[in-house]
Every structure is written in structure tokens, then in C-alpha cells.
Design a protein around this ligand. Structure first.
Ligand SMILES: C[S@@+](CC[C@H](N)C(=O)[O-])C[C@H]1O[C@@H](n2cnc3c(N)ncnc32)[C@H](O)[C@@H]1O
Length: 204
């Protein structure tokens, strides 16, 4: 029998053949903007956070959360208060399912990057996102979001990607704007999967 789930960085990730994942799909929750599975760049941030932990119980916003495993990792490991937002409401039941199997509570909301106002962002200490900068227009959207988060008093913004061109544009624009407060950390993992990329870390 093929495995229906795996464990990595202390979180349980369900595979697409898991009965509850298949049930959600049957019920009509079909992701429309690539949120149909868990993507690998979250592992890069999890690996970074193992060595550079968040403060306990800090307020974390995962943007473009998809199945929400990065936020769930923070909730489990740091007791973070986590909200996950995504433009595609179809992904939210998969995040709720993963929160459930990982025994944490997460708030989910349908929101786009563009809708996150300074007032909304001021509720959070950290904004995290993985594999969310893949179309050209996303570089500008996420740069503007970073600026709003900085104005809102967010202490740390972290975005990971396997270095697609829009992400490289985003890192360049953030480094120009924030100087040494914007760091780009390259990372290679051989476990739990082979993954490589960069993490943009802005501490405004
Ligand atoms: C490639 S998936 C990555 C999902 C998740 N972060 C992961 O690592 O598994 C990209 C996610 O970003 C979401 N997304 C795309 N454009 C968005 C936008 N403008 N605002 C908010 N979410 C968006 C998609 O719906 C999708 O869930």
C-alpha cells in the first residue's frame, strides 16, 4: 500500500491519495492557483526557523498559505498564533484538515496579497510565505505588501522560493529599498526532500 502521509520537521503532511484529501476534492474543493498540493519551499523556511526560532506565541500571518503547513509548523513549534490567507478559498479546507491532523488551531481567510491593508497587517509580528512569487506581477504585489507590512510594524517578513525570475526581482527591489535589513539566504536540503532556493528575510 502506498503511504498516505509523511512527517517532516515535526508536521504531518497528507499525500494526495489520503482519504480525507480525496474526500475534499470530491466535495468540489479544487484549487485554482497552484494550491493543489504542498510545495517544497516551506521546508526552506522551516529549516531556517529551526536555527533562528520565532518568539513564543508570536502572531504569524502565512500568505498564499495553500495547505498551510508552514503556519502549522510555527503553531506546533513556537506556539505561534497563526492566520493563513489565500486568494483561493478552495485551499482553506485543506489547511483546516492539516491543522486538525496536527492538533493545532489556525485561522483561515480568503484574502489576496493586495487586500492586506496596513491596519490588517498591524495585527502580526511575522509575515511568512513560500512559493508565492511565480508570476511577473507578483514581484510588485509582494514588494508593495512588504512595504505595507513594514509600515504596520511587522518585525519580520520571510518569503522562500526556488528562485524563479519574479522572486529574484522581488529580492533585488527589497535589497535596494531596505539595504542590509533585507537578507537573502541561499539554502539546499537533501532531506526530507531535495529542495533548493532562497529565503528573502526583511527585518524592517
Ligand atoms: C504554489 S502555491 C503555494 C502554496 C503554499 N504556500 C505551499 O508552499 O504549499 C501558491 C499559493 O498562493 C496563492 N495565491 C496566488 N496568488 C495570490 C494572491 N494574489 N493573493 C493571495 N494568495 C495568492 C494560491 O492560491 C496558492 O495557494
Amino acid at each position: 500500500m502506498p503511504a498516505t502521509s509523511r512527517r517532516a520537521f515535526g508536521v504531518k503532511v497528507l499525500n494526495s491519495n489520503h482519504k480525507d484529501v480525496r474526500r475534499l476534492k470530491r466535495e468540489g474543493h479544487v484549487a485554482e492557483i497552484h494550491g493543489n498540493k504542498f510545495w517544497n519551499s516551506s521546508f526552506l523556511i522551516m529549516n531556517h526557523l529551526r536555527k533562528h526560532p520565532l518568539r513564543k506565541r508570536s502572531r504569524v500571518l502565512e500568505i498564499g498559505c495553500g495547505w498551510g503547513l508552514l503556519g502549522i509548523f510555527c503553531a506546533r513549534r513556537f506556539d505561534s498564533r497563526v492566520t493563513g490567507i489565500d486568494a483561493d478559498e478552495n485551499v482553506l479546507p485543506y489547511m483546516a484538515l492539516h491543522a486538525d491532523v496536527n492538533h493545532v488551531e489556525i485561522v483561515g481567510a480568503k484574502k489576496t496579497f493586495q487586500q492586506l491593508s496596513i491596519e490588517y497587517l498591524s495585527q502580526f509580528d511575522a509575515v511568512l510565505g513560500a512559493d508565492i512569487c511565480f508570476w511577473d506581477e507578483m514581484a510588485g504585489m509582494l514588494f508593495n505588501l512588504t512595504n505595507r507590512a513594514a509600515k504596520a510594524g511587522v518585525k519580520q517578513i520571510m518569503i522562500a522560493d526556488p528562485c524563479r525570475p519574479p522572486f529574484s526581482e522581488l529580492t533585488q527591489r527589497c535589497q535596494n529599498r531596505y539595504g542590509d535589513k533585507a537578507v537573502v539566504e541561499p539554502m539546499w536540503l537533501s532531506r526530507p526532500v531535495r529542495a533548493s532556493g532562497e529565503i528573502l528575510i526583511v527585518n524592517p
